[in-house]
Design a protein around this ligand. Structure first.
Ligand code: ADP
Length: 263
């Protein structure tokens, strides 16, 4: 079909569509810029602390040995923080480029949940948090076991981290004919509804100071979401401040090969 640039309608339509494309590109660029600026900020925070700690040691003529030790321990944990951020970033980048890299096999979701809870028990014990498993039936699923382990571990670790003394985290496993349903519920501090839309964004934290202090990287839920999306599943959240939070994951029991893969 010919486009007559002298006709106002066609011309207007083209200008509009170019404006639309430019707008989309600018949005992509803005979100990339925001991401880069977030990453820089997150990486600079531990560096600044390390700088302050080393300088204050260097500026003093004689430093008592205990003080040395204490400062070195602080420096050490800032380095750990920085590595954790870099590791999570690498995980996220790899997940975002790799739909075909899913390593799908069949396994028991009940056993997986049991194994993860066993592994996280020491962490929960330290905070006096009880871990509970509630299985309605035996669920066998086709999925990437390692990635699913990472996603569920992240949700349960959050349930432990953002809980209250003597609280609990309950994992529920169920299914219908099509989907597995996994719920991770805690009796913790809860999340106000106003945060729901941003909760899965990279580096989003409900309370910056508090949540950094809790030791997270702010990338956990972004990683969880990406893993669930790769499996063509969904994740939702329900919460009440002061009462607790539930993350509800739905995953197809079978992974249908994509058009490309089946040729
Ligand atoms: P972080 O590494 O800070 O835990 P996440 O991406 O895992 O980052 O979570 C993002 C934010 O969502 C957290 O900083 C916290 O504010 C909030 N959050 C996540 N899980 C829970 C939960 N179970 N209860 C309360 N708040 C939560």
């Amino acid at each position: 079909e010919q486009v007559d640039l002298h006709r106002r309608d066609d011309y207007g339509a083209i200008v509009e569509s170019i404006q639309g494309i430019t707008h989309d590109l600018m949005e992509v660029d803005a979100s990339r810029q925001e991401f880069v600026s977030n990453v820089s900020h997150e990486l600079k925070t531990p560096l600044s602390s390390i700088k302050v700690l080393t300088e204050s040691l260097l500026l003093q003529d004689s430093v008592p040995e205990e003080m040395y030790k204490e400062f070195l321990q602080d420096i050490n944990s800032e380095i750990d923080r920085q590595s954790a951020i870099v590791n999570d970033l690498l995980t996220l980048v790899r997940l975002e480029e790799s739909e075909k890299s899913l390593n799908i096999k069949k396994f028991s979701l009940n056993e997986l949940a049991e194994d993860i809870l066993k592994r996280l028990k020491p962490l929960a014990d330290r905070r006096n948090i009880e871990l509970l498993l509630d299985t309605a039936r035996d669920v066998t699923i086709e999925a990437d076991e390692m990635k699913l382990t990472m996603a569920l571990s992240n949700l349960i670790e959050n349930g432990i981290k953002y809980n209250v003394e003597n609280g609990s985290v309950t994992v529920t496993v169920d299914s219908d004919h099509r989907d597995a349903k996994i719920t991770v519920s805690d009796t913790g501090i809860g999340i106000d509804e106003s945060h729901f839309s941003k909760l899965f964004h990279r580096f989003y934290r409900v309370d910056k100071a508090r949540d950094r202090g809790a030791g997270g990287t702010g990338l956990g839920l972004a990683i969880v979401r990406q893993i669930i999306l790769l499996h063509k599943g969904t994740i939702g959240v329900k919460s009440k401040v002061g009462e607790g939070t539930s993350f509800i994951v739905m995953l197809p029991l079978q992974q249908v090969m994509s058009q490309e893969a089946t040729g």
